[in-house]
Design a protein around this ligand. Structure first.
Ligand SMILES: [Zn+2]
Length: 171
């Protein structure tokens, strides 16, 4: 696991928001890491925050526009409306009363956009690039999607890892 910026996070600076974004190839353990970080004081794990884009979007199927865990009655997401003119994580932090936001969206455009919002607002961003042994990733995907060819999953893992390494370098 490579951590960038982690050592610079000053969690005692109350006015400042901290965000930890976890990226890597799918099936690398990001959800587990997100849940572990969620246990930190004042932390809130949004899951894959990119899905916030689809909340309350009537054009999306119901399972995409509500919380994946609690459904329509979610105490957090049922009454959260993203004002896209303002930084997302600050809105989420105000909504749930957190000062550390954890997001495991792997989409590099999403990570770039959130990083620039954080920096512009004077907040702190930390990016975690999770690298899991490719054999374990492919094994996990083959169990979940037995109909897929292992060669395709190996190629997909390689391209995701290379793509995310490139993205991390430019952040
Ligand atoms: Zn929920």
């Amino acid at each position: 696991m490579r951590l960038r910026g982690w050592e610079k996070l000053d969690v005692d600076k109350k006015s400042q928001l901290n965000a930890v974004m976890v990226c890597g190839a799918g099936h690398s353990g990001s959800t587990l890491l997100g849940l572990i970080l969620d246990g930190q004081p004042d932390a809130f794990y949004v899951g894959e925050g990119g899905k916030i884009r689809y909340l309350h979007d009537a054009k999306k199927p119901i399972h995409k526009r509500v919380c994946k865990i609690c459904g329509e009655d979610c105490p957090v997401w049922s009454n959260f409306v993203w004002d896209r003119k303002a930084p997302l994580y600050r809105q989420v932090a105000d909504h749930v009363g957190a000062s550390l936001i954890v997001d495991t969206t792997k989409d590099t455009d999403w990570i770039r956009a959130r990083t620039s919002e954080l920096r512009n607002a004077g907040d702190q961003a930390c990016l975690v690039l999770l690298i899991r042994d490719g054999r374990a990733v492919v094994n996990s995907r083959m169990r979940k999607y037995p109909e897929r060819a292992p060669e395709t999953e190996i190629a997909r893992w390689l391209s995701q890892v290379r793509g995310r390494h490139r993205a991390v370098r430019v952040l």
